[in-house]
Design a protein around this ligand. Structure first.
Ligand SMILES: [Fe+2]
Ligand SMILES: [Fe+2]
Length: 146
């Protein structure tokens, strides 16, 4: 497995969780659990991705601007999560805020897959792509396990 395949696995998981979360209604155990799972997934992925992809690509001239852009989007996602954390699960506006978060995440994943991964792919050797996958997965799994 290379780093991009490893990252995409979490992207798919994020998409599934968002879809399931947006189908919930009101303050239910399901909504609480799915939200917790999504938060854990987002955070573990973002941090490990920053360490094992963006930090590496930042060292290339061509990677600086796109990496900064992506990291700024991680911060925007974190802020949307914080807003949702401050909203009661039975608040009538909860779903609309969850949708805003979902749209932001989807935009981000799309951009990474369509642009950033293509660009990074050209800057890394096959060996690097494999080694980064191993390091990323270790970090990501550890973060998910808490
Ligand atoms: Fe990301
Ligand atoms: Fe990502």
């Amino acid at each position: 497995m290379n780093i991009f395949e490893a990252l995409r696995e979490s992207h798919e998981r994020q998409r599934e969780l968002i879809k399931a979360l947006l189908a919930t209604r009101g303050d239910t155990e399901e909504r609480r659990e799915l939200y917790q799972e999504l938060k854990t997934e987002l955070l573990a992925h973002e941090r490990a991705e920053e360490r094992h992809l963006y930090a590496v690509i930042m060292q290339e001239d061509i990677g600086v601007e796109p990496a900064r852009h992506a990291i700024a989007e991680h911060h925007e996602i974190d802020e949307l999560v914080e807003t949702l954390d401050d909203t009661e699960f039975d608040n009538p506006g909860w779903l609309a805020q969850a949708r805003t978060l979902g749209d932001k995440v989807e935009h981000h994943l799309e951009e990474e897959e369509q642009k950033f991964f293509q660009l990074s792919g050209k800057a890394l050797t096959e060996t690097q792509k494999k080694e980064l996958a191993t390091a990323y997965l270790e970090d990501y799994r550890e973060a998910k396990a808490g």
